[in-house]
Design a protein around this ligand. Structure first.
Ligand code: ADP
Ligand code: MG
Length: 307
């Protein structure tokens, strides 16, 4: 355990980390801190430098410059004392062939000297108790992903690293995995994970670093990132319900435009507006679109987010 210093102890501290390939910086002066127990996300489109950053923290790639402190130690040159304290999600190819989910876990457990009860505990944690006897190659994509996360947790590590665990899963399997990740966080683990799904990062992470072109372009809690934009809430009503001129007469309404049969507008203080709409009996037709992380990306980069 690390020493507490007022705030939660630091699990990962990255300072000025850079890496170039063929003269091109793919990770460019990246700095951030992850506290113990935090769910921290590296969010960015493909090629942003997420995997390179993660692997330098894990001690799998060497940085050109900058420093990483992982649980108080440097992960490079390879630090075997750290390996028992961190979990790195294995790719599916790292499964043993022809073993069931339970056998995979108990085999990994035996390698790490985990207790016998650990396998059942992990099967329950990742929601695979009912599939314990199913061979790994017969599991669905989402189930395999959950099994590989369980394998990374066999030795009860303090910090768990996951690289795009939800990529290529269907929406239902992604949601199941979110529940699993939340359960792991509830056990007090620190989670550092990457994703290119904006909405997912917004829902799961305590804090997010948005990476683009190897640089951290924003970092904060999801709600702070969005509220720092200072955008008024945007709303719309069908023209068939109320015309643009009438909308302009409503309290607190700004920036009224009409497009595709809908009146779009914003209101800095929606309270009086909602009362006026309710009095007219049209509040039920109102659609509200709050600013999102996608708007943050657009604002900071001037271009749309393409995962
Ligand atoms: N081993 C490598 N050799 C050359 N270029 C690499 C290597 N690894 C990554 N890159 C390049 O670095 C950039 C960032 O890659 P990566 O960290 O994998 O991004 P992400 O995980 O965000 O998709 C990409 O342009 C990629 O092509
Ligand atoms: Mg990647």
């Amino acid at each position: 355990m690390m020493e507490e210093t007022g705030d939660a102890a630091v699990a990962v501290a990255v300072q000025g980390l850079s890496k170039a390939y063929g003269g091109k910086k793919v990770v460019d002066d990246v700095s951030f801190t992850v506290h113990e127990g935090e769910f921290f996300g590296l969010l960015g489109p493909n090629g942003a430098g997420k995997t390179t950053t993660l692997e330098m923290i894990e001690g799998l790639r060497r940085s050109d410059s900058g420093s990483v402190s992982l649980l108080g130690s440097s992960p490079w040159p390879r630090n075997t004392a750290l390996l028992t304290r961190i979990g790195v999600q294995l790719q599916s190819s790292a499964f043993f062939e022809r073993l069931t989910a339970r056998e995979q876990l108990s085999t990994f457990g035996a390698l790490y000297g985990a207790g016998v009860g650990r396998t059942d505990e992990l099967l329950a944690l990742v929601g695979l108790t009912d599939h314990a006897g199913v061979r790994e190659d017969k599991l669905s994509g989402g189930q395999r992903q959950r099994l590989s996360i369980a394998c990374a947790l066999v030795h009860d590590p303090e910090v768990l690293f996951l690289d795009e665990p939800t990529a290529s899963l269907d929406p239902q399997a992604r949601r199941n995995l979110w529940d699993v990740l939340r359960g792991i966080k509830e056990q007090g683990k620190t989670i550092v994970y990457t994703t290119h799904y904006i909405e997912e990062a917004e829902r799961l992470c305590d804090r997010i670093a948005i990476l683009d072109g190897g640089r951290v372009i924003a970092m904060d809690t999801p709600s702070e990132l969005v509220s720092a934009l200072g955008r008024p809430t945007s709303m719309e009503l069908p023209v068939s319900v109320i015309g643009p001129d009438d909308v302009r007469g409503l309290p607190g309404v700004e920036e009224v435009t009409e497009e595709d049969g809908r009146v779009r507008f914003s209101a800095a203080d929606p309270g009086p507006l909602m009362r006026a709409l309710t009095e007219r009996g049209i509040a039920g037709s109102l659609q509200i679109r709050a600013a999102s992380l996608e708007d943050v990306f657009l604002e900071l980069t001037g271009r749309e987010y393409r995962s």
